[in-house]
Ligand binder design. Structure first.
Ligand SMILES: CC(C)(COP(=O)(O)OP(=O)(O)OC[C@H]1O[C@@H](n2cnc3c(N)ncnc32)[C@H](O)[C@@H]1OP(=O)(O)O)[C@@H](O)C(=O)NCCC(=O)NCCS
Length: 113
């Protein structure tokens, strides 16, 4: 799945670059959307992300591209690799694991595919 996001002034830190917390929120959000679209009747919460490292700064006005790919399907969890690109350069990558929950917020097995 592919998504885009425009970096606006309210997303910047005090030095004028993208605040990392927004990037993590967007990565979490695209992984959740990918899982929810792929497993239509399931409800997901994020249980974990891999270690986080920011190696490239991002300027205001950048249009970021988020590429999301399912890389693991477990009993109750799904893991998506998320890659973030700015002008064809990868500025961040991570994997996000989400767990299927029921209405009580308890983990639940994924449906057979
Ligand atoms: C999601 C939740 C219901 C899972 O319950 P749990 O008892 O912790 O679950 P388990 O430890 O048995 O793990 C469940 C699955 O998640 C996976 N998992 C657990 N911790 C993980 C981590 N840190 N990274 C990756 N995967 C993880 C397990 O491997 C397991 O996968 P599988 O069933 O596909 O084999 C519970 O942890 C929870 O409610 N967390 C809060 C979620 C939330 O509110 N997220 C928003 C951020 S505040």
């Amino acid at each position: 799945m592919e998504n885009h996001r425009l970096v606006l002034p309210e997303h910047l830190n005090q030095y004028g670059f993208l605040f990392g917390g927004y990037l993590l929120m967007w990565v979490d959000e695209v992984a959740w959307m990918a899982a929810s679209l792929e497993f239509r009747d399931c409800h997901f919460v994020t249980v974990g992300m891999k270690a986080v490292a920011f190696h490239k700064s991002v300027k205001q006005g950048s249009i970021l591209r988020f590429e999301t790919e399912l890389i693991h399907c477990g009993n109750t969890s799904v893991t998506y690799a998320v890659s973030v690109l700015n002008d064809e350069t990868e500025i961040f990558s991570n994997s996000v694991t989400l767990v299927r929950i029921n209405e009580e917020g308890e983990k639940q097995s994924l449906p057979k595919r």
